[in-house]
Design a protein around this ligand. Structure first.
Ligand code: PEP
Ligand code: MG
Length: 952
């Protein structure tokens, strides 16, 4: 494992720029014999692919896979640059950690840095550090955690005596990179401590890198110093990191349960006894505590006694406290929970002892020997609903499932239900050779499947996803770890899942949005292999066009879809403004989302009739219903054809009020087709999609070419460009952004670009250069404060002196309620507003637009949102400024009359919706629309607003 020592650090270095810094770093690696001269090219190539800036003034330059053969020995060297080096985009590096490694060792290094990166202003501290010791201390951050995991448990290892067993324990700790080679020797010097029941403990704090515990049991019974030797705990001690674990061990011994450790028989069993976490497969159930004084001594004693009646382990925790569970058999632990009346207890029991759960729940419900007044609403709540009354019911034939209209259109076809599968497999394998064979066969099949997907896909971004999956399958690091487990006797499925899970967790723990995505990919491809190993296969796709039914369709799931095969999409969760719904609309697949868990109980093959406009699906429709719907589809198609025929004409109401109808786009290609679909301009160019389409941050010239292409295609029509809107939930692969607890409330949109002014300036320059004398409108996303707008505006003004543009307007998006409420102030300064109803709705109603169960309620026709739009329009018009709406609401058939009635000047929608929106505007009278809008503003819910529109 790579780690930091003072000897690796060169303090007080100076480099004029990044290139000079890379030269210095490479020279140091060469001088120390770690790499060949050619490694410098690797460092440069890696930076060209994407900056290695990590945050907090730290960069971790390393080579590329192509220069791995230039590495003689793995190692790191650190250079402090007190004056800083610009690592690109204005990111200043004060400490460069250059890595010489042949594989992904930098990930372990990142993990070590995670704590330090989360602390205060590290960059500043690093720039001011005066000694190498100080730098090491800064990098170490808070003290390290105790390692106790599957890798450090060895059941039934081959050992002839105490020393053999000790050596096996030390070896596990060495492999887990807790200790250095000398640890075993130190352990041999330590005094062995008999714990009773044949258990022994040995401990040393010498040659320890990270505190950890190994537990080994011998294949055959052994004796040591005249006593039984059935299990040995080897502790790599450091400070007081092991205290909590030793406490748990003591409790176990005091309770006379030491033997359980030896009888556990499985790695998971041992971990469950020693570790804090409860394995996922333990049955669990929750109940609210009703005792007036909480879980005090008397009821706790009753509970502990009851729990002790069960031979298996019983754990309990406070469900909402996030703390580790404790043994329900320990009175002191129960008291330590400090559970109060009303708090929810979560019980977990070892598999095989599930009968304990109802007994425990009943006892708690009855007050554990005390009189209690029931907490009716919080009565026993099974974690996994299995009670018939709380379980969703399968929709019956003829029933109509209600959901959220996510993409318009009528679709019919058999349901193709795709559920996340449950895996069942033995933990121990038959023999390592057999398990290896099974795994190889499963991997080969998955590789073939992915190859086919790569061949089939003609969209680059989709192909890339699958190529990454292939690379993951070929990762030698994973293979090595799996092999080690197979040799220890695990089954192929158990070994594979453990390794994938641990690698994914490692990436998730790095607090980096991109790595978290990689972890999701890893789990995805891991699941495919596991399916093969467990003999499961996906339900075959129906031959005819079908309706895909899933719990939730993520954007990458949509990427797998073939619009020719998928007639419609029906999901249990999700809302209309989730990005997956936007993708479905873009692909033209009718979709109903957020229809409830019941849809997952539909049998594959059940006939479905889905109406993506009304947001409903009929199960097994009667033939006359189907005919009627198909006739309606035809009618809609006719209407669409009529609308299409007039798509190039302006949208003017019956009484002569014109509304501009523009297109939302995310790429420069195909702009001519957008104009041909009737766009009077582009109302929203999502530039982050252009950035995402490039493998690295597009430079100014590349961006200029992209924007020029759009302006050329628009041929004099206006272009409204939104500056880069990334951060939080929308990461850029090459732009490391720290993972945030609440990304939607974090550093996104203008907040991010103002923090990286170089990126913003380069985008603005590219835009101004591309514009010439064409009408260019620039707007900033996520503005919530007037200062944000002013700072951005100043930047534009400064650049305009350098690059004049004849027809430029600068405005902001109204996506945050504070901006709408400040509209009277902002309207005096901006040239226009564009309302992003997707975000405005989520922030106004405090509902995450992608929330699995709530986003269905995030309806932009909520009167609260309409009132904010109304305020915005009135403020803008008072200052002679215009207002557009570019969120999904602008294309919602029920919203169009209201937005027009609120006097919105421009509607910007996906290109395929333009003709229809224009046709709708033409059918309106502005005066009637205004009256309708005033009525809607006074209502209390989105449902009432929709009913009002429906009535007219
Ligand atoms: C919006 O929020 O309404 C919007 C148009 O922006 P996006 O959907 O890209 O966040
Ligand atoms: Mg938005």
């Amino acid at each position: 494992m790579l780690e930091f020592t003072t000897a690796q650090i060169a303090m007080g270095q100076v480099a004029v720029d990044k290139a000079a810094a890379l030269d210095l770093l490479a020279a140091r690696l060469v001088a120390d014999g770690l790499v060949a001269e050619g490694y410098l090219a690797g460092l440069q190539a890696r930076e060209a692919q994407g900056s290695t800036f990590l945050g907090q003034g730290i960069a971790i330059p390393h080579g590329t896979p192509q220069t791995r053969d230039q590495v003689f020995a793995t190692g790191v060297r650190l250079m402090q640059f007190p004056a800083g080096v610009d690592w690109g985009d204005g990111q200043i590096v004060h400490l460069a950690i250059v890595i010489a490694a042949r594989s992904d060792e930098h990930l372990s290094l990142l993990q070590q840095l995670t704590r330090a990166l989360g602390e205060g202003d590290l960059a500043e501290a690093l720039s001011r550090a005066e000694s190498a010791e100080a730098v090491v201390q800064l990098l170490q951050g808070a003290p390290r955690e105790m390692l106790l995991e599957e890798r450090t448990i060895g059941i039934g290892v081959s050992a002839d005596d105490f020393d053999d067993l000790l050596w096996q324990g030390a070896r596990l700790l060495r492999r887990a990179e807790c200790v250095d080679n000398g640890f075993a020797a130190h352990l041999q010097q330590a005094q062995p401590l008999p714990l009773g029941d044949g258990l022994w403990l040995l401990s040393s704090d010498q040659a320890v890198r990270q505190p950890g515990l190994a537990f080994v049991t011998p294949q055959q019974p052994l004796r040591h110093l005249g006593q039984a030797l059935d299990g040995l705990l080897c502790l790599a001690a450091q400070g007081d990191a092991q205290q909590a674990l030793l406490d748990r061990l003591c409790t176990l011994l005091i309770e006379g349960r030491g033997l359980e450790l030896l009888r556990a028989g499985t790695v998971q069993g041992v971990l469950a006894l020693l570790g804090g976490a409860v394995p996922d497969d333990w049955p669990s159930a929750r109940i609210a505590l009703a005792n007036p004084h909480g879980l005090h001594a008397r009821p706790a004693k009753v509970l502990a006694q009851l729990a002790k009646q069960f031979a298996g382990e019983v754990r309990v925790r406070l469900a909402d406290a996030g703390a580790a569970p404790v043994s329900a058999k320990s009175l002191s632990k129960l008291l330590g929970l400090g559970a109060r009346r009303g708090q929810v207890l979560e019980f977990s029991v070892e598999p095989g002892f599930a009968e304990a759960l109802p007994v425990l729940l009943k006892a708690v419900e009855e007050g554990l020997g005390e009189e209690v007044e029931a907490l009716a609403p919080l009565a026993p709540l099974p974690l996994v609903p299995d009670a018939a009354d709380s379980a969703p019911l399968a929709p019956v034939a003829g029933s109509v499932i209600k959901g959220v209209a996510a993409a318009p259109g009528i679709a019919s076809g058999p349901a193709h239900v795709q559920l996340l599968q449950h895996f069942d497999y033995p933990l121990r394998g038959e023999s390592p050779a057999l398990e290896r064979q099974r795994l190889d066969a499963a991997l080969a099949r998955v590789r073939d499947d992915i190859d086919e997907l790569i061949q089939r896909s003609d969209v680059n971004a989709i192909r890339e996803i699958f190529i990454t999956h292939q690379e993951m399958l070929a990762d030698p690091g994973l293979a090595e770890e799996v092999e080690r487990r197979l040799r220890q006797g695990e089954s192929a499925a158990a070994a594979w899942l453990a390794v994938i899970d641990s690698a994914a967790r490692q990436q998730e723990s790095l607090q980096d949005a991109l790595l978290a995505e990689r972890a999701a990919d890893l789990r995805d491809v891991g699941r495919r292999v596991l399916m093969q190993l467990c003999g499961l296969s996906e339900t075959p796709e129906p031959k005819q066009p079908y309706v895909l039914v899933m719990a939730e369709v993520g954007p990458s799931d949509v990427a797998r879809l073939d619009p020719a095969r998928v007639a419609g999409i029906l999901t249990a969760r999700g809302g209309a403004t989730a990005h997956s719904a936007i993708v479905a609309r873009a692909l033209g697949i009718p979709a109903v989302v957020g229809a409830g868990e019941g849809v997952l109980l539909l049998a594959s093959g059940t006939a479905l009739l889905l109406d993506g406009q009304r947001g409903c699906a009929t199960v097994d429709p009667a033939s006359d219903q189907l005919e009627k719907a198909l006739a309606e589809r035809e009618l809609r198609a006719q209407r669409q054809r009529a609308a299409d025929a007039r798509r190039l004409e302006p949208a003017v109401t019956r009484d002569g009020h014109a509304v501009e109808v523009c297109a939302n786009i995310g790429e420069s290609a195909g702009i001519e087709a957008v104009v041909a679909q009737g766009a009077e301009g582009v109302g929203l160019l999502r530039t982050e999609l252009i950035f995402m389409a490039h493998p690295q941050l597009p430079d100014e010239a590349t961006q200029e070419a992209e924007y020029r292409r759009v302006l050329d295609g628009l041929d004099g029509r206006p272009l409204v460009v939104r500056t880069l809107d990334v951060g939080g939930d929308k990461p850029l692969p090459y732009w490391p952004i720290a993972k945030e607890e609440n990304p939607f409330l974090g550093v996104r949109g203008i907040r991010l670009t103002l923090q990286r002014p170089k990126v913003m300036e380069s985008q603005l320059r590219a835009l101004l250069r591309a514009a010439g004398d064409r009408p260019l409108r620039i707007m900033f996303p996520m503005v919530g404060q007037v200062e944000e707008w002013r700072e951005a505006r100043r930047m534009v003004d400064r650049l305009l002196e350098e690059i004049p543009v004849a027809d430029l307007q600068v405005g902001i998006m109204i996506e945050v309620p504070s901006a709408a409420l400040l509209a009277p102030v902002l309207a005096a300064e901006v040239d226009f507003f564009s309302v992003g109803t997707n975000d405005l709705t989520q922030y106004t109603l405090a509902i995450d637009r992608g929330h699995p169960s709530l986003s269905a309620q995030a309806d932009g026709l909520h009167p609260a949102v309409l009132n904010l739009i109304d305020m915005t329009v009135r403020a803008a018009h008072a200052h002679g400024k215009w207002v557009g709406v570019c969120g999904e609401l602008a294309a919602d058939a029920q919203a169009v009359p209201l937005l027009v009635g609120l006097d919105v000047d421009e509607l910007s929608v996906a290109a395929r919706g333009i003709a229809e929106v224009k046709a709708q505007v033409r059918a309106l009278s502005i005066e009637q629309a205004r009256t309708l809008a005033r009525q809607a503003l006074a209502l209390g819910s989105a449902g009432e607003v929709r009913a009002l529109v429906e009535m007219h």
